[in-house]
Structures are given as C-alpha cells and as structure tokens.
Design a protein around this ligand. Structure first.
Ligand code: HEC
Length: 467
C-alpha cells in the first residue's frame, strides 16, 4: 500500500487593503525580532510568545517599537550596515501601529508562522576546546548589575587556529552578555568582586541573547580564523542584570579548531582606538558637563580587511562615531551610535570585509554626559579605568592584511542564521500534537480529506493523504 501526501496549496485570497492581523503580520515580526529574548525562559522580563501576551502589552509594544527602544540595536543603520542586524524597518513599525489602531485583530491562526525554538544547546556539535566557568551565583542586587570576569587556562600546549566560536549560556534567563577574550600571556586572573567590565586579553567574540556562533569565512580558496597561542588563558566577561541575585550560571565557550598545518589567514584583534588605558595617559571627565572625546589611529601601513568593530564606553557614554579617511579623501563609515547604552553593547560584524586602503587614518569621537540625572544624581569627577564607575574610550578592531577579493567575502553565516531564526524545525525535532479537520475539530479520519497536523512547536501543516 502506498500513501501519497499532497500538500494543499493555499490560494491567496483577494482581499482589498486589509488591516494587519496578528497571525499574518504581527507574529512574524515578534517571532523573528523579539522572541529570542522575550520567550518564557528568556532573559527579558516579559514573554511575548502568544496572542494573549501580545494584546495585553500591545500599547507598550507599539511604544517601544516606534521609539526604537526595542529591539535593542545601537548602531545607526543609516550610517553603516552589519551582519545579523536586528532592527525593524518603517513598514514593520507602521504595521504594528495599524494593528493596534485597528483593535489588535487575531486573523486566521492557521496562517501563523512556525513557532521558533529557543535552545541553549550547541548548533555546531562537538567542540575541540570547551571552557566552562565555575558555577557562579549572581551577585546583582535589586538595583545594580553584576559584572564578573573569569580567566581560565586553555590547557593548550600548542598554538591552535580557530574556525568557529560558540557561547552556550549556562542560564539564559540571567546571562545578558558574554565577552570572550584570549589572554596570550596566561597571566590574568578571575575577578568576581570588583565589577569587572572587560575581560583581559584580546576580545574575540561577543554573545548577547539571540547571537549566533561565529564561523569564520572558509572556502576552498581561503580559510580565516583567529589564533589561540599555547599556554594562553581564555577569559570571559559576564553581565548579570539587576534582580538576578542568587541565581546560578555555568556558561561555556566552545572553540572549533582547524586541523594542524591548515594555511589559515589569521585575524588580529587590536584596540586601535584606545584612550585612557595604558599605554595611553588617563583622561578625566569633570562633573556637571558634557565632555567631548576624540582620537585617531594611523596612517595605516598596509591595505586592511576589516571584519568587525567593538565600540566601548561605560555608563556616562552618550554617543560614538568612527570612520576612516583614505589618502584620496574618501570617507569609509565604520560606526555611529547616537544613544550609547552600556547594557546593549556588542561587537558588530560588517556585511563583508571592508577594505581600508594603506595610508588611511581612522578617526573616532564621542561624548560623555556627566550632568545630573536619575542615574547620576551626584555627578563627580570620573577617571578612565576598568571599573564600572570609571570610563573608557575604546574601539576594538578585528582585521587582517587585505588580499584581492576580500571585499566580496560575506561575513554573515547565512546557513547558521537562517537555521537559527527562520527554519528552526529543520534543526529541532517536533512532535505531532493532534490532527484536526479544517474546522479545528479533532478527528480520527486519516484519508482523502484535507486535515491539519498540529505540532508542539506551534507549526501546522495542511495535508491530504490519498489512499
Ligand atoms: C536582545 C534581547 C531583546 C530583544 C531582541 C527584544 N527585547 Fe524587549 N526587552 C528586553 C529586555 C532585557 C527588556 C527589559 C528592559 C531592559 O532591560 O531594557 C525588554 C523590555 C521590553 C518591553 C517593556 C518595556 C518597559 O518599559 O517595561 C517591551 C514592551 C519590549 N521589550 C518589547 C519588545 C519587542 C516588541 C521586541 C521586538 C520587536 C523586543 N522587545 C525585542 C530584551 C529584548
């Protein structure tokens, strides 16, 4: 006996200028742009998984999307674009507004997109080196965050070249971000008492909720990667937000190596713009004023292929700007952040390697607001340094010497990102919950009728099994 499965094609209904509804218009936005944090086990305080969640928070959703507060994304995308941008476009923002103005209609739930899966398990499989922090109990109070740095020997006796890095948060409800560094001297130490804002060594990867692992570009022509020198320490800087006191975490970072003797183009990580940290002299931010900061680097000696930029200030930071000017006076935009927010810092991977020609100068500027506010009721003189109450002005660059064609290499690993966000069902198993007829009634009929197969991941398939 043979069963033939025919998937029914859904004929588009001709409906004129219909107002947006949840199933077709709003759920796709929330599933793709919000749920990675706003799922019931996620790090955001509010779950937006269901229609009921969305309508009971509709006004607030409309508000935070129209102000640009959510999804949190610092760089100005009118200035430069990056891989894995999580922003809403004008159409999406106005769709949300129209949906709210039209009374938050549900629409036809059989048209809901598949419900995404959020798992903190690995997407890359068995790692070559896995470093886990010792079980840590968050020390964040109800109104202050906890920032800690771990430094853990890699145990490597040979230099190894890394083709991918993945962070597995131990407790996705409390891990706000993870900065991963490599201390090549192996001399740094763990610091869990003094609000450590940045791990020692070269910062090579940044995790925030919804982040995908970094897989360095590799094809038959070139293999890119970073290097972990023998005897180095792996360093991790973790941020646990306020209100997480006493909750436990054991975050891991996993490294995937190239085979020994692979010809790898090694990407450097350097603080090309660095004011205030040794070897540069300290700077000071006087109270009750806005202080401008500027810096530059260069001219650079060789043509550079720039992969990522990590801008960094602490709590008084207000805005940041960085660009390169070439010897022929062209400007290459690198990053502009109009409203710096320490909580949402990250490393930004360009769409493709950016070629910065030899002779270019990199310029950076920014400002600090040390005037009185709710978060800063008694402004005092602030000095540069590593602690929360200090300030920094740093841009970390990941780059290497340019070779012809680098500017065409895509940095966004599309296969991983789509698996992660758009087609989770190909990655995670789903189980059949029930079979219903087209009216949604449970049925035991199986053949020769169109039926809905409803799965535990929220996805629905319409099928006829012809017998
Ligand atoms: C990267 C994680 C992340 C993403 C993505 C994200 N949020 Fe949030 N959201 C948070 C966190 C964390 C908070 C808690 C407040 C804070 O820390 O800023 C929050 C707060 C909120 C709030 C409550 C604001 C308030 O004042 O209480 C709303 C509403 C919200 N988000 C809606 C959304 C919507 C809608 C999206 C998608 C378009 C989205 N968020 C995407 C992390 C996220």
């Amino acid at each position: 006996m043979r069963n033939i499965t025919i998937l029914l094609l859904l004929f588009p209904l001709l409906i004129l200028a219909q107002s947006p509804n949840y199933s077709e218009d709003i759920a796709p936005i929330i599933y793709n742009k919000c749920l990675q944090c706003h799922n019931s086990g996620g790090m955001a305080p509010l779950s937006l998984e269901t229609y009921a969640d969305a309508i009971s928070n509709a006004g607030m959703i409309q508000h935070v999307t129209s102000t640009g507060e959510m999804p949190p994304w610092l760089p100005d995308t009118l200035f430069q674009h990056y891989s894995y941008e999580n922003t809403l476009n004008i159409d999406e923002i106005s769709t949300i507004l129209n949906w709210v103005l039209n009374g938050v209609p549900l629409g036809d739930t059989s048209l809901l997109p598949p419900f995404p899966s959020f798992s903190s398990s690995s997407n890359l499989g068995q790692a070559d080196l896995e470093i886990t922090i010792p079980l840590y109990s968050s020390n964040a109070s109800s109104n202050s965050d906890d920032y800690v740095c771990f430094s853990i020997p890699s145990g490597l006796f040979q230099d190894r070249q890394v083709k991918a890095i993945e962070v597995i948060p131990g407790n996705i409800e409390i891990v706000h971000h993870v900065l991963v560094g490599i201390d090549e001297y192996g001399s740094s130490s763990t610091s869990i008492t003094s609000n450590c804002m940045a791990p020692a060594g070269d910062q090579v990867y940044t995790y925030a909720p919804g982040s995908v692992p970094i897989v360095f570009p590799n094809d038959s022509l070139y293999k890119f990667g970073i290097e972990i020198p023998a005897n180095s320490n792996i360093t991790l800087g973790l941020h646990y937000p306020e209100g997480t006191f006493g909750q436990l975490d054991s975050t891991k970072v996993r490294f995937y190596f190239y085979p020994q003797n692979t010809n790898v183009r090694v990407i450097n990580t350097e603080y090309l713009i660095n004011e205030g940290l040794p070897p540069s002299p300290p700077f000071f931010i006087p109270p009750n004023q806005i202080t401008q900061m500027s810096s530059s680097y260069g001219p650079i000696i060789n043509d550079m292929s720039l992969m990522s930029i990590f801008p960094h200030m602490h709590l008084l930071g207000k805005d940041m700007l960085c660009y390169a000017v070439t010897p022929t006076n062209d400007t290459i935009n690198l990053i502009r952040i109009n409203n710096w927010d320490f909580e949402w810092q990250g490393a930004y991977l360009f769409k493709k390697f950016l070629k910065i020609p030899a002779g270019s100068i990199i310029y950076a500027s920014g400002s600090y607001d040390n005037t009185q506010s709710i978060t800063n009721p008694n402004p005092v003189l602030v000095q540069s340094g590593l602690n929360t109450q200090d300030e920094m002005f740093v841009f970390i660059f990941q780059f290497l010497d340019y070779q012809q064609g680098d500017e065409n290499i895509l940095l966004e690993n599309t296969s991983i990102s789509t698996d992660f966000f758009d087609f989770p069902n190909t990655l995670f198993n789903k189980n059949l919950l029930k079979i219903t007829n087209l009216l949604g009634q449970k049925t035991s009929e199986k053949y020769n009728k169109p039926l809905l197969y409803i799965y535990d991941d929220g996805s629905v398939e319409k099928k006829i099994i012809v017998k």
